[in-house]
Design a protein around this ligand. Structure first.
Ligand SMILES: [Zn+2]
Length: 151
Protein backbone atom coordinates (compact mmCIF):
# COMPACT_ATOMS: atom_id res chain seq x y z
CA UNK A 1 0.00 0.00 0.00
CA UNK A 2 1.57 3.32 -0.99
CA UNK A 3 1.48 6.30 1.41
CA UNK A 4 -1.17 9.02 1.15
CA UNK A 5 -0.25 11.34 -1.73
CA UNK A 6 -2.53 13.62 -3.66
CA UNK A 7 -1.50 15.08 -6.98
CA UNK A 8 -1.00 14.45 -10.65
CA UNK A 9 -0.63 10.67 -10.75
CA UNK A 10 -3.55 8.28 -10.88
CA UNK A 11 -3.81 6.50 -7.56
CA UNK A 12 -5.69 3.23 -8.02
CA UNK A 13 -4.86 1.95 -4.55
CA UNK A 14 -5.88 5.24 -2.93
CA UNK A 15 -9.18 5.25 -4.81
CA UNK A 16 -9.95 1.67 -3.79
CA UNK A 17 -9.14 2.34 -0.14
CA UNK A 18 -11.07 5.62 -0.12
CA UNK A 19 -14.18 3.96 -1.55
CA UNK A 20 -13.95 1.09 0.95
CA UNK A 21 -13.31 3.32 3.97
CA UNK A 22 -15.43 6.41 3.24
CA UNK A 23 -18.31 5.03 1.18
CA UNK A 24 -18.68 1.31 1.92
CA UNK A 25 -17.56 1.96 5.52
CA UNK A 26 -15.83 -1.40 5.90
CA UNK A 27 -15.03 -2.48 9.48
CA UNK A 28 -11.77 -4.31 8.74
CA UNK A 29 -8.88 -4.04 6.26
CA UNK A 30 -6.49 -6.97 5.87
CA UNK A 31 -3.07 -6.51 4.28
CA UNK A 32 -2.22 -10.07 3.23
CA UNK A 33 1.31 -11.03 2.26
CA UNK A 34 2.72 -14.47 1.64
CA UNK A 35 5.82 -16.64 1.48
CA UNK A 36 7.81 -17.10 -1.74
CA UNK A 37 6.61 -13.69 -2.93
CA UNK A 38 7.87 -12.73 -6.40
CA UNK A 39 7.34 -9.05 -5.60
CA UNK A 40 9.63 -9.21 -2.58
CA UNK A 41 12.18 -11.17 -4.61
CA UNK A 42 12.08 -8.37 -7.21
CA UNK A 43 12.50 -5.80 -4.41
CA UNK A 44 15.58 -7.56 -3.06
CA UNK A 45 17.06 -7.87 -6.54
CA UNK A 46 16.40 -4.15 -7.19
CA UNK A 47 18.00 -3.24 -3.84
CA UNK A 48 20.99 -5.34 -4.91
CA UNK A 49 21.41 -3.33 -8.12
CA UNK A 50 19.33 -5.47 -10.50
CA UNK A 51 16.41 -3.20 -11.38
CA UNK A 52 13.70 -5.17 -13.21
CA UNK A 53 13.38 -4.53 -16.94
CA UNK A 54 9.72 -3.51 -16.55
CA UNK A 55 7.81 -0.22 -16.77
CA UNK A 56 6.08 -0.22 -13.36
CA UNK A 57 7.29 -3.14 -11.24
CA UNK A 58 10.60 -1.67 -10.04
CA UNK A 59 9.07 1.49 -8.56
CA UNK A 60 6.17 -0.49 -7.10
CA UNK A 61 8.24 -3.07 -5.25
CA UNK A 62 10.91 -0.52 -4.24
CA UNK A 63 8.19 1.22 -2.21
CA UNK A 64 8.66 -1.50 0.44
CA UNK A 65 12.40 -0.96 0.87
CA UNK A 66 11.95 1.73 3.54
CA UNK A 67 9.72 -0.59 5.57
CA UNK A 68 12.24 -3.37 5.16
CA UNK A 69 15.05 -1.16 6.51
CA UNK A 70 12.83 0.03 9.35
CA UNK A 71 11.44 -3.32 10.51
CA UNK A 72 14.29 -5.73 9.75
CA UNK A 73 17.04 -4.70 12.16
CA UNK A 74 19.83 -6.54 13.88
CA UNK A 75 21.40 -6.07 17.31
CA UNK A 76 24.88 -4.60 17.14
CA UNK A 77 27.70 -5.11 19.62
CA UNK A 78 26.72 -2.01 21.66
CA UNK A 79 23.14 -3.17 22.13
CA UNK A 80 21.84 -0.85 19.41
CA UNK A 81 20.05 -1.75 16.21
CA UNK A 82 21.62 -1.76 12.78
CA UNK A 83 20.50 -2.35 9.22
CA UNK A 84 20.75 -5.87 7.88
CA UNK A 85 22.73 -6.38 4.65
CA UNK A 86 20.91 -7.08 1.41
CA UNK A 87 22.77 -10.41 1.20
CA UNK A 88 21.30 -11.52 4.53
CA UNK A 89 17.85 -10.30 3.54
CA UNK A 90 18.06 -12.28 0.29
CA UNK A 91 18.73 -15.36 2.40
CA UNK A 92 15.69 -14.58 4.60
CA UNK A 93 13.03 -13.11 2.30
CA UNK A 94 10.24 -13.99 4.75
CA UNK A 95 11.55 -11.23 7.04
CA UNK A 96 11.14 -8.76 4.19
CA UNK A 97 7.70 -10.12 3.25
CA UNK A 98 6.51 -9.48 6.80
CA UNK A 99 8.22 -6.06 6.99
CA UNK A 100 6.43 -5.01 3.80
CA UNK A 101 3.09 -5.86 5.42
CA UNK A 102 3.94 -3.72 8.47
CA UNK A 103 5.04 -0.90 6.16
CA UNK A 104 1.71 -1.09 4.36
CA UNK A 105 -0.10 -0.81 7.69
CA UNK A 106 1.98 2.30 8.48
CA UNK A 107 1.19 3.71 5.04
CA UNK A 108 -2.54 3.06 5.50
CA UNK A 109 -2.42 5.22 8.64
CA UNK A 110 -1.17 8.18 6.54
CA UNK A 111 -4.66 8.41 4.94
CA UNK A 112 -6.28 10.98 7.27
CA UNK A 113 -9.89 9.74 7.01
CA UNK A 114 -8.72 6.14 7.52
CA UNK A 115 -6.57 7.03 10.54
CA UNK A 116 -9.51 8.96 12.03
CA UNK A 117 -11.73 5.88 11.83
CA UNK A 118 -9.00 3.64 13.32
CA UNK A 119 -8.38 6.09 16.16
CA UNK A 120 -12.13 6.27 16.83
CA UNK A 121 -12.24 2.46 17.15
CA UNK A 122 -14.51 2.27 14.12
CA UNK A 123 -12.09 0.45 11.78
CA UNK A 124 -9.44 -2.21 12.46
CA UNK A 125 -6.45 -2.79 10.17
CA UNK A 126 -4.78 -6.20 10.20
CA UNK A 127 -1.53 -7.56 8.82
CA UNK A 128 -1.57 -11.20 7.76
CA UNK A 129 1.28 -13.28 6.33
CA UNK A 130 0.56 -16.68 4.83
CA UNK A 131 3.37 -19.22 5.03
CA UNK A 132 2.93 -21.16 1.81
CA UNK A 133 5.28 -23.94 2.94
CA UNK A 134 3.62 -24.79 6.25
CA UNK A 135 0.11 -23.45 5.71
CA UNK A 136 0.50 -21.31 8.86
CA UNK A 137 -1.10 -17.89 9.08
CA UNK A 138 0.66 -15.09 10.95
CA UNK A 139 -1.28 -12.05 12.10
CA UNK A 140 -0.93 -8.76 13.94
CA UNK A 141 -2.94 -8.00 17.05
CA UNK A 142 -5.10 -4.91 16.50
CA UNK A 143 -3.08 -1.76 17.14
CA UNK A 144 0.25 -3.62 17.24
CA UNK A 145 3.04 -3.90 14.70
CA UNK A 146 4.25 -7.45 15.26
CA UNK A 147 3.33 -10.49 13.16
CA UNK A 148 3.07 -13.74 15.11
CA UNK A 149 1.80 -17.23 14.16
CA UNK A 150 -1.89 -17.70 14.87
CA UNK A 151 -2.70 -20.67 17.15
ZN1 LIG B 1 3.54 -11.84 -3.69
Amino acid sequence: MPPYQRGAALHGMGAAIEYAVRDLKVDHIVVLGHGHCGGIKALLNAADGHWPDRDFIGDWVAMALGACKHYVRDDDAEGGRREVSIARLKANPDLVERAAILGSLDNLMTYPWLAARVEAGDLVIHGWWFDIESGDLWATEPGRRQLLPVD
